[in-house]
Design a protein around this ligand. Structure first.
Ligand code: COI
Length: 360
């Protein structure tokens, strides 16, 4: 199926290269590099037409199935360039493997991971001048697969595009690494077991927007999601996984089918354990967090994700009551994890878990 996958290279005309934005004020996902990776799948040829090519728009039939039934999956990873000019990717194969898990759930074709990895590295190297070097700024990479067959029957499509685009980014939240304010919703739910909450599919994010908008209107950065049945067990925060440091235990909800198996989540678990922190993956209710806030054992809370990295929670609001976490300040564990992760990602510290891939 994959023998057609030689990777072509079409470079952008040097006269058409874009002007790169200033690194100080990149925001998130507002600028895109000069090139992209693109390949197609159909039943006859499998994956084919793989190429690194100039960043370009698609012409899609209005009946393309992605517009109607949402067969769309994606990933997020980052490339880093350190002061020695070394380029690194963080756990890229884990992202591609997770994308294959998403593909399986949505009846989409599996990716040839090794070949895509080759294409990804070629793309990053070609657009290496786009990787920001300012501390905190990185190149965000977005692999995506969509159903492009023009048809209105509800069934797996027979034609897909897989593409990778890249965007130089600053911090995901306006707050940067400063503590965020979180609104705990018991009105909306994100996912239910047996559904697609554990899958990185576009519909999960579409369904989250209304709750996030309401949280923003009320002055909060993001939403803390509770489970769909009892609206008590904590699931995720915004687009990130969540951790609570209570007494001497770092707690994060288990991968029970309705939350995303975050790669940053897994990295944080491994880093914290190596530091000697007791990390427990177990259900945790909002009532337990409130009780810990009341008795003073809630030390820290933070979200983890590729885009947000580590995002400390300084305050949360539940049923009209506000609770400060660590007096609204970043906690020492969140700070250590942020520094440690960034140092490993930038190749400025040993990489004991072999998470880094060098490019070039
Ligand atoms: C990521 O952290 O990479 C994500 O996918 C979150 C994104 C939706 C901004």
């Amino acid at each position: 199926m994959w023998e057609n996958l030689e990777i072509g290279l079409e470079k952008a005309d040097p006269a058409q290269l874009k002007v790169k934005p200033a690194q100080e004020n990149l925001g998130f996902g507002a600028h895109f590099t000069d090139h992209m990776f693109l390949m197609e799948w159909n039943r006859q040829k499998g994956w084919h037409n793989a190429k690194v090519c100039p960043y370009q728009p698609f012409v899609l039939d209005p009946a393309a199935m992605v517009f109607h039934y949402g067969q769309a999956i994606f990933e997020g990873l980052k490339a880093y360039k350190n002061e020695n000019g070394q380029i690194h990717l963080f756990r890229p194969q884990d992202n591609l493997e997770r994308m294959n898990d998403s593909a399986l759930r949505l009846c989409m074709p599996r990716l040839p991971v090794e070949k895509v990895f080759k294409g990804l590295k070629a793309l990053v190297y070609l657009d290496r001048d786009w990787i920001p070097t300012l501390p905190g700024a990185t190149l965000y990479i977005r692999p995506t697969m969509i159903a492009v067959e023009a048809a209105l029957g509800v069934r797996p499509a027979g034609h897909y595009y897989f593409f990778i685009i890249m965007s130089p980014v600053g911090a995901y939240y306006r707050e940067g690494f400063s503590p965020t304010r979180i609104f705990v919703t018991d009105t909306f739910v994100r996912a239910v077991k047996g559904g697609v909450g554990h899958v990185k599919t576009a519909g999960n994010y579409a369904a989250s927007i209304m709750a996030a908008e309401e949280a923003h209107k009320a002055g909060y950065t993001q939403v803390l999601w509770l489970d769909a049945c009892d609206r008590k067990s904590i699931e995720e925060v915004g687009t990130s996984n969540i951790f609570f440091m209570i007494a001497d235990e770092l707690i994060t909800p288990p991968l029970s089918g309705s939350i995303l198996p975050g790669i940053t989540r897994d990295s944080v678990i491994q880093l914290a354990r190596r530091r000697g922190v007791k990390v427990t993956e177990r259900p945790i209710t909002i009532d337990e967090v409130i009780a810990a806030s009341a008795d003073g054992s809630l030390q820290e809370a933070f979200g983890t994700g590729t885009a947000a990295v580590i995002s400390p929670v300084g305050e949360f609001c539940y049923q009209n009551h506000k609770y400060l976490v660590n007096n609204g300040a970043t906690g020492p564990l969140a700070q250590w994890l942020f520094d440690e992760l960034q140092a490993i990602q930038n190749g400025l510290q040993p990489d004991p878990f072999k998470w880094i891939t060098r490019v070039g």
